[in-house]
Design a protein around this ligand. Structure first.
Ligand SMILES: Cc1cc2nc3c(=O)[nH]c(=O)nc-3n(C[C@H](O)[C@H](O)[C@H](O)COP(=O)(O)OP(=O)(O)OC[C@H]3O[C@@H](n4cnc5c(N)ncnc54)[C@H](O)[C@@H]3O)c2cc1C
Length: 304
C-alpha cells in the first residue's frame, strides 16, 4: 500500500478536482464562512472547541492581504453572533510578513482589534524557519496591548527550548506541535523519536511554569506521554487543551474528550481549499490511500 500511496501522491495533480473535493471534505469545512460556522456548531455539540483558519495562498502582492483581514473580521463577528466556542488561527505570511513586516503588523493589529471587541483569542500559526524569529517578535509585541494572543512552538526546531524559556518567563499561551515544514538537519531534528523528546521537553518547560498549553498532536504515543506529564505536574484542566486537525484521528479525539479533557479542532475553510488539500495529501502519503478509496469506492474514504 505504501508504494501505491507514493504513486498516488505523484499523480495527484491528475486526479479530477471533484474527487479531491470529496476527500478534502473531511479536512476542510467548506468554501464559505457559513460552511465553517456550521462545522464549528457541530463540533461544539460534540463537546469540542474550535479554531477557524482562513485558507489562503501565499501572497505575492500586499493588496491580497486585505481579503484575508476582512474574512477574519467576518469570522470573529460570525463566531460572536452565533455564540460559538471558537477562536481563530492566523498565518502572518498571509498578511504579508515576507513582503513587508510593517504592513503585516498593521493588518494583524486589525484582526486583534476585532478579537478584542469580541473578547476572543487569536493564535498565530508558526510557519517555516525563515520567519520564526519575526513571528515570535510580533507575538510578544501584540501581547503587550492585548494578552489573548497565542504563539506556536515546533518541537523539531533546535531553538524551541530557548524560545519556550523566554515565553515561560514572560507568561503566555503556546500551542506545541511537531512542525510541518521541511527544515535542514542543522536547525531541526529529523529523527521521529528525537522530535517526540523535544516535544515533551517543551511541554515540561511551559506547563511547569504555568503557561497555557495547546497540545497539538494526533500521535497516540505523545498523547499518552502528555497525559502522564499533566498528572505528574498536577496541571489543572483550565491550563491546557488538546488540539487536532479537522478530520484526523477522530477516534483518539473522542477518547480524549470522553476522558474529560478539553480539545480544540482546527477548522480550515475558504476558497483556497484545493491547494490546502493537495498539500495535506502530499504531506501524509498514507492519506493518499483515501484518494484511491474515493476513486474506487466513491466514499471519499470517510472515517468510520
Ligand atoms: C491543531 C494543530 C495545529 C497545528 N499548527 C501547526 C503550526 O502552526 N505550524 C506547524 O508547523 N505545524 C502545525 N501543525 C502540524 C504539526 O506540526 C504536525 O505536522 C502534524 O500534527 C503531524 O504530527 P503529529 O504530532 O500529529 O504526529 P504524526 O506522527 O505525524 O501523526 C500521527 C498520526 O496522525 C495522522 N495524521 C497526522 N497529520 C495528519 C494530516 N495532516 N492528515 C491526515 N492525517 C494525519 C496520521 O495517521 C499519523 O499516523 C499543527 C497540528 C495540529 C494538530
Amino acid at each position: 500500500m505504501k508504494a501505491l500511496n507514493a504513486v498516488v501522491v505523484k499523480t495527484l495533480p491528475l486526479v479530477p478536482k471533484p474527487i479531491v473535493r470529496r476527500v478534502a471534505s473531511r479536512y476542510v469545512a467548506g468554501e464559505t464562512l457559513d460552511d465553517a460556522l456550521a462545522c464549528v456548531a457541530a463540533l461544539n455539540a460534540e463537546g469540542c472547541m474550535a479554531t477557524l483558519d482562513v485558507l489562503g495562498e501565499d501572497v505575492t502582492r500586499l493588496e491580497e492581504t486585505e481579503e484575508t483581514v476582512v474574512e477574519y473580521e467576518r469570522a470573529l463577528d460570525g463566531i460572536a453572533a452565533r455564540k460559538l466556542d471558537s477562536n481563530v488561527s492566523v498565518k502572518l505570511t498571509a498578511l504579508g510578513l515576507k513582503l513587508d513586516a510593517a504592513h503585516c503588523r498593521r493588518q494583524f493589529a486589525r484582526i486583534v482589534d476585532d478579537a478584542r471587541r469580541h473578547g476572543n483569542f487569536v493564535r498565530i500559526d508558526m510557519e517555516d524557519s525563515s520567519v520564526t524569529g519575526e513571528t515570535l517578535k510580533i507575538y510578544a509585541e501584540a501581547r503587550q496591548s492585548y494578552p489573548r494572543i497565542g504563539a506556536v512552538l515546533q518541537a523539531y526546531l533546535k531553538r524551541s527550548p530557548d524560545d519556550a524559556q523566554k515565553i515561560a518567563e514572560a507568561g503566555g499561551n503556546v500551542r506545541v506541535c511537531k512542525g510541518i515544514y521541511v527544515e535542514p538537519p542543522k536547525i531541526a531534528y529529523q529523527d521521529p523519536e528525537r522530535i517526540r523528546q523535544g516535544y515533551m521537553e517543551l511541554l515540561e518547560i511551559l506547563l511547569s511554569s504555568g503557561v497555557y498549553v495547546g497540545i497539538a498532536t494526533h500521535d497516540p504515543v505523545l498523547v499518552e506521554r502528555a497525559l502522564v506529564l499533566l498528572q505528574k505536574l498536577s496541571v489543572p484542566r483550565e491550563k491546557y487543551e488538546f488540539q487536532m486537525l479537522l478530520g484526523v484521528a477522530r477516534a483518539l479525539r473522542r477518547r480524549i474528550v470522553d476522558d474529560g479533557h478539553r480539545l480544540r479542532v482546527y477548522v480550515p475553510y475558504g476558497r483556497a481549499w484545493y491547494a490546502y488539500s493537495v498539500r495535506r495529501l502530499k504531506e501524509n502519503p498514507a492519506i493518499a490511500g483515501h484518494v484511491l478509496k474515493g476513486l474506487f469506492l466513491g466514499d471519499g474514504g470517510r472515517e468510520k
